[in-house]
Design a protein around this ligand. Structure first.
Ligand SMILES: Nc1ncnc2c1ncn2[C@@H]1O[C@H](COP(=O)(O)OP(=O)(O)OP(=O)(O)O)[C@@H](O)[C@H]1O
Ligand SMILES: [Mg+2]
Length: 462
């Protein structure tokens, strides 16, 4: 077994020698009289640990510590100091020193401190390796080569590190918010804890509180007799992902706000205050700022959720991602459907690059899925993808892309009502096509069963 290397930096020869004699059986000791000579050596021969005197001629111990932490932040540093240097010790600890020993040095105490420091570094490395392994195995493959998405990923890497800060992900439908939420989880120190997803739109209004916070036995009629823990408790030590957070009712917003303030909550019907540590990540494709202005979303909750805001750019703003995503989906669906389609025709590529995306990555994924399923050629064509070839438009009429929607009325329209009518129509059509089976209808609409039921009740009342 190779011995751990320790650099001893002290201008007093007796100290250097004393340490060397005491520790050389267990460690490889390299003594230096000045910080400058030790730093020069560290360039090509970095130690496992540094023992650093504070009072040195030339560069002093504090300056040397700053330099070491700047360039080799993983190497633990133990400061050596005289009693009167206590203030300096405090600043050294703030600058990242692992520990300190006071002169005259008690070798037993020094050995304990060295062992602790080396053990801490070893554990850190193990956790890091485990995290990397976890990342590789669990992280859904997030594809993105454009500068815009690279910036987002870099930002996520930074903000994921603090495990308590709430993060709000904003972006249009299908831009990858859910995938980003899971990236945040797996890049955070809580990565080995649970990632619990709550679809706020799918939970009926009167069940939100008990779903989120759980209930005590006998809390209400129909409740399980043994009580139930809520999603917030399930997410303890991990991440609570509140998807479609803009759909929370006013009442649920108030309950959530209380929890976000101090991590405390009551189960429904409970009297014991409980506390949970979990990071809350939320996402929405709605304009929360507008909702706040209109009084539909609490301003205080908006600020609590969005301590950090991540804005996912639309696919139209990151054209460089279109082809890498298309290629990845092509591989995925070739595998799924046992096909061997090798790529996309030039026209199909141009079609994808020129398309105006409204459903963004989800729309692209669906197009490729459909194309692979029905395509027969060696490559996917424009027809396989079903991208409308650009038609000439009549003068004076706005250019319409994609689906044949009714023309835009000159007098204007109520977009929300139009969306509702469209949703109602497709929900009903899917129901008919599925022979009255709600689960099947939900699958046809790429929705989960609860969301489908909830939307159907809301829009059709049955
Ligand atoms: N960068 C990406 N790499 C690979 N797949 C992606 C990427 N972004 C999105 N997807 C895929 O696109 C689909 C939609 O993504 P996701 O569900 O995360 O979107 P969203 O922003 O949450 O949409 P919504 O607002 O409708 O909930 C998913 O199948 C997801 O796996
Ligand atoms: Mg989503």
């Amino acid at each position: 077994m190779t011995l751990s290397t320790i650099f001893v930096i002290d201008d007093e020869e007796v100290i250097r020698e004393g340490i060397a004699v005491a520790l050389e059986r267990d460690y490889s000791i390299k003594p230096f009289g000045t910080a400058e000579s030790a730093l020069e050596n560290m360039e090509h021969d970095s130690p496992d640990l540094v023992l650093l005197d504070i009072g040195l001629p030339g560069m002093d111990g504090i300056q040397a510590l700053q330099e070491i932490k700047k360039r080799w932040s993983d190497i633990p540093v133990i400061m050596i100091t005289a009693y009167e240097d206590v203030q300096t010790v405090i600043s050294a600890m703030k600058l990242g020193a692992h520990d300190y020993v006071v002169k005259p040095i008690h070798m037993d105490a020094l050995e304990v401190s060295i062992r602790n420091a080396l053990e801490t570094v070893k554990l850190k490395k193990e956790v890091q390796a485990l995290q990397e392994k976890y990342l590789k195995e669990n992280l859904p493959c997030f594809i993105g080569e454009s500068n815009a998405i690279q910036d987002v990923m870099e930002f996520i890497d930074q903000v994921a590190k603090s495990p308590d800060t709430p993060i709000l992900i904003i972006g249009e439908t299908g831009t990858g918010k859910e995938l980003i939420a899971s990236a945040i989880h797996y890049r955070s120190p809580n990565f080995s804890g649970p990632l619990v997803t709550v679809n706020c739109a799918a939970i009926p209004k009167d069940l939100v509180e008990s779903e989120l916070f759980g209930y005590e036995k006998g809390a209400f009629s129909g409740a399980s007799p043994s009580g139930k823990i809520g999603l917030v408790e399930e997410a303890a030590g991990g991440t609570l992902f509140l998807d479609e957070v803009g759909d929370l009712s006013q009442e649920a917003q108030a309950k959530l706000l209380r929890f976000l303030e101090d991590g405390q909550f009551y189960r429904v019907g409970g009297t014991r205050q409980r506390k949970v540590q979990t990071r809350v990540v939320s996402a929405t494709n709605k304009d929360l700022e507008d909702m706040v202005k209109e009084g539909h979303f609490r301003k205080d909750l908006y600020f609590r959720l969005g301590v950090i805001r991540v804005e996912v750019p639309s696919l139209n703003e990151r054209k460089d991602d279109i082809m890498p995503l298309a290629q990845a989906f092509l591989l995925e669906f070739n595998k799924k459907f046992g096909k061997k389609i090798t790529g996309l025709s030039r026209d199909a590529e141009n079609g994808l690059l020129g398309h105006t995306w409204t459903g963004h990555v989800r729309e692209l994924r669906n197009l490729i899925e459909r194309g692979v399923l029905i395509g027969s050629g060696p490559v996917l064509t424009v027809d396989d993808l079903g991208i409308a070839k650009k038609k000439g438009t009549k003068p004076g009429q706005p250019k319409e892309e994609g689906m044949p929607f009714p023309p835009f009325p000159r007098e204007g329209m109520d977009l929300d009502k139009a969306k509702e009518a469209l949703e109602r129509y497709y929900i009903e059509q899917a129901f008919k096509l599925a022979g009255g089976n709600e689960s099947k209808a939900a699958r046809l609409l790429n929705m989960n069963h609860h969301t489908y039921r909830y939307r159907r009740r809301k829009l059709l009342g049955s």
